[in-house]
Design a protein around this ligand. Structure first.
Ligand SMILES: [Zn+2]
Length: 412
């Protein structure tokens, strides 16, 4: 399935903000930029909250019907593998096949030889690349040692999905963003070659980029390095996809893409320069808007939010463990719960909201809340009733966050 040029992943952990999220995309459409929503939720998030993929499908369908959205939209089985894909087969039409765990697995030596025979050759020097892509025997077998087993596994997962869904009825993303090391543009080229050999009609690819993409906060790393790498990746996709026989419009996917304000101008400029498409995933940023708005909604909301913070501090290891590689929390910067409990709701809300110029903003508090959504799930209807009671204020915050802080700087 061919995806629209721009797609935008919107995660909605508690399933209440589908319309508020879609309104942000309507604002983009009104400004002449068509960005299609992809509602994404990973297996891990479904498990932590206790939901099924069918609920996400229902939310997406209802939001689209209620707001009269006529452009395409998708429901993403986010970060699935062979063990977890089955529960998503019916409800999803976008599958993010995550093979990061298989990077570095020993490949079959004959398969490595076949890859070398097919793809080794002269360096590729596409116009604009910062340096040519070397693909001698040495480079191809080194890449095979890292990625071939993983891409063969992606092929296996793809064929499993394709045996249950009709051809052309779903889009495929392959992700390696949760790997331990970033992939270079040259490695990206060889990964695409491996996927092409496996017959995976990959529509978006999510490499691990250089620098840190921590949850819910800004990019941490060298922006000049990121800029060079991102542009090289765009050039690789533009030229390699047609020559490898991969689908037209193959594009990059940026995971943990919310709140990376310092690199949005770079991404915006390079997409325009190369006429490239993009998929960018956000998820927890919407839950953070919910909890920040609830904290400022009155005494009940303030005390619930302060209580979640206290629990998250007390259960710090448990709540942070699943996200350890994508968090950068300095525990010394986390105020004690007794202090947070003494704050007014508006003060707590300002600590969470991602306004870097606000002196009360605290990225460590924000990251802790980011991973504490599980505790809101434990609060059950106490939390969701507040969401319903204050749905206008919460929805407005959700829409404005996606529109003003994300879609506008990325695409306009
Ligand atoms: Zn990811």
């Amino acid at each position: 399935m061919k995806l629209p040029k721009f797609t935008f992943g919107i995660g909605d952990r508690f399933g209440h903000q589908g319309q508020a999220q879609l309104r942000a995309l309507q604002k983009a459409a009104a400004q002449g930029v068509e960005v299609s929503p992809v509602w994404n939720k990973s297996n891990r998030e479904h498990n932590l909250i206790g939901t099924e993929p069918s609920a996400l499908r229902q939310e997406a369908d209802e939001a689209v019907a209620a707001l009269g959205w006529k452009a395409p939209y998708f429901v993403d089985a986010d970060h699935i593998n062979l063990k977890t894909v089955d529960r998503f087969l019916e409800a999803s039409d976008f599958f993010t096949i995550d093979v990061a765990d298989s990077i570095g697995k020993q490949p079959d030596p004959d398969a490595v030889e076949r890859l070398v025979a097919k793809h080794a050759g002269e360096p590729l020097d596409y116009p604009g690349l910062s340096k040519p892509i070397l693909r001698g025997r040495e480079q191809v077998s080194a890449a095979a040692g890292k990625f071939l087993a993983a891409m063969q596994e992606a092929g296996e997962v793809y064929r499993h999905i394709a045996s249950h869904k009709s051809a052309g009825s779903f889009a495929v993303e392959v992700s390696t963003d949760e790997a331990s090391a970033p992939q270079t543009p040259a490695e990206l080229y060889l990964i695409l070659a491996m996927l092409a050999d496996e017959g995976v009609p990959v529509a978006t690819i999510a490499p691990k980029f250089t620098g840190q993409f921590n949850k819910g906060v800004d990019y941490e790393g060298n922006i000049a390095d990121f800029t060079r790498e991102f542009e090289d990746d765009l050039i690789v996709l533009k030229h390699a996809a047609p020559s490898l026989g991969l689908p037209e419009g193959l594009k990059l996917s940026v995971h943990s893409g919310s709140d990376k304000f310092s690199i949005y101008p770079v991404i915006n400029r390079l997409l325009k320069k190369h006429g490239s498409g993009l998929h960018l995933k956000t998820a927890g940023t919407t839950w953070l808007e919910e909890i920040a708005a609830i904290a400022d909604s009155g005494e009940e909301g303030r005390s619930l939010a302060a209580g979640i913070y206290a629990d998250a501090l007390a259960r710090y290891d448990e709540v942070t463990a699943p996200y350890a590689t994508v968090l950068h929390i300095d525990r010394a910067q986390l105020p004690p719960s007794i202090e947070i409990a003494s704050w007014e709701g508006a003060r707590l809300s300002r600590a969470i909201i991602h306004e870097q110029s606000c002196p009360d903003f605290n990225p460590h508090v924000r990251q802790l809340f980011h991973v504490a959504f599980k505790l809101a799930a434990e609060a059950g209807t106490k939390f969701t009733d507040l969401l319903k009671q204050h749905d206008e204020a919460v929805g407005q915050a959700v829409t404005e966050n996606l529109w003003e802080r994300h879609l506008k700087p990325l695409f306009l």
